[in-house]
Design a protein around this ligand. Structure first.
Ligand code: GUN
Length: 293
């Protein structure tokens, strides 16, 4: 069994990005600039955005953090999005989700210029991804594909079961695993809360990508010997063993599943660290105007 070390891969990629940024800047090019809009003071969002700003620093990017209180109106927020769309210094930007209930996330996402949508959430990027055109791919699926590729995990002709059908993970993940080329060329089954026999579907899988948000859902008797297991779950489960009082728990019952696997990602330290790196990769592409001129 090989433990997939997302933390180490993420550090390596950030180093590669920083080296490329140095070369760009030394050659007189523009330092990539990522802006992030954060609304309110949600603990999780504060942590994520702080980590994104820190990663920008490590990669040698310029970053801007734009804050609004959670009583900001939808129109005020949309006005800022339009301003960033038109700001030539900003290569890419994100609006951290979730947003307060009185603001339509769909409307905000659709207002972002798809050419600066480094989250890959805009329908144009989602659509282009699903038909295999160059685009920004959203962070988690992009990070998973990168892990599969850095560990040379065979995907061609394999049966891949994706657990979960969210717009951010399950759906794009399924599209990427079935696309032509590597990593891809899988036969993909997407399972969700209404799937008739998830355990049986999982037992058929060469690769399981678990993104249900259901702690320790995948048990040993659902996994074929030699399977590849990618665990996207990050549920905070109360724990007496940690200082914070909770433990980040994946969708896979790691201790009993790991011995059966050829490869498995741990939680934490597997997929998680790769997601921010994916955003950094997209920001570098945006800075280089590599996808959209
Ligand atoms: N909230 C949780 N994950 C994400 C993400 O990848 N991007 C944004 N903008 N918000 C999030």
């Amino acid at each position: 069994m090989t433990l997939i070390d997302g933390k180490a891969v993420a550090e390596q990629i950030k180093k590669e990005i920083a080296e490329e940024v140095s070369r760009i800047v030394e050659a007189g090019g523009k330092r990539p600039h990522l802006a992030a809009i954060l609304v309110g003071h949600d603990g999780g969002s504060e942590t994520y955005v702080a980590a994104k700003v820190k990663a920008c620093e490590v990669c040698g990017f310029k970053s801007s953090l734009i804050r609004f209180e959670d009583d900001v109106t939808e129109e005020e927020l949309l006005a800022k999005v339009r301003e960033l769309n038109n700001d030539d210094d900003v290569d890419g930007f994100i609006v951290q989700l979730p947003l307060p209930k009185h603001i339509s996330e769909d409307k905000v996402i659709e207002t972002i210029d798809y050419r600066k949508d480094v989250d890959g959430f805009h329908p144009i990027n989602v659509g282009r991804m699903s038909i295999g055109l160059p685009c920004y791919i959203s962070a988690t699926p992009n990070g998973i594909v990168e892990l599969l590729s850095r560990y040379n995990i065979e995907t061609k002709g394999k049966k891949c079961v994706v657990l979960g059908r969210s717009n951010i993970v399950g759906k794009p993940m399924a599209a990427l695993m079935m696309r032509k080329g590597y990593p891809g060329d899988c036969t993909v089954t997407v399972c969700h809360s209404r799937t008739a026999n998830i355990a049986e579907e999982c037992r058929q899988a060469d690769i399981i990508i678990a993104a249900l948000g259901s702690p320790e859902f995948v048990k040993a008797d659902m996994v074929k010997e030699g399977a590849v297991i990618i665990d996207v779950g990050t549920t905070r489960v109360p724990s007496t063993k940690t200082k914070s009082g909770f433990k980040l728990t994946g969708d896979v019952k790691f201790d009993e599943v790991a011995p059966k696997c050829s490869f498995i990602t741990p939680v934490p330290g597997g997929v998680g660290p790769m997601t921010i790196v994916s955003l950094m990769k997209n920001t570098l592409l945006a800075g280089k105007k590599e996808i959209y001129k």
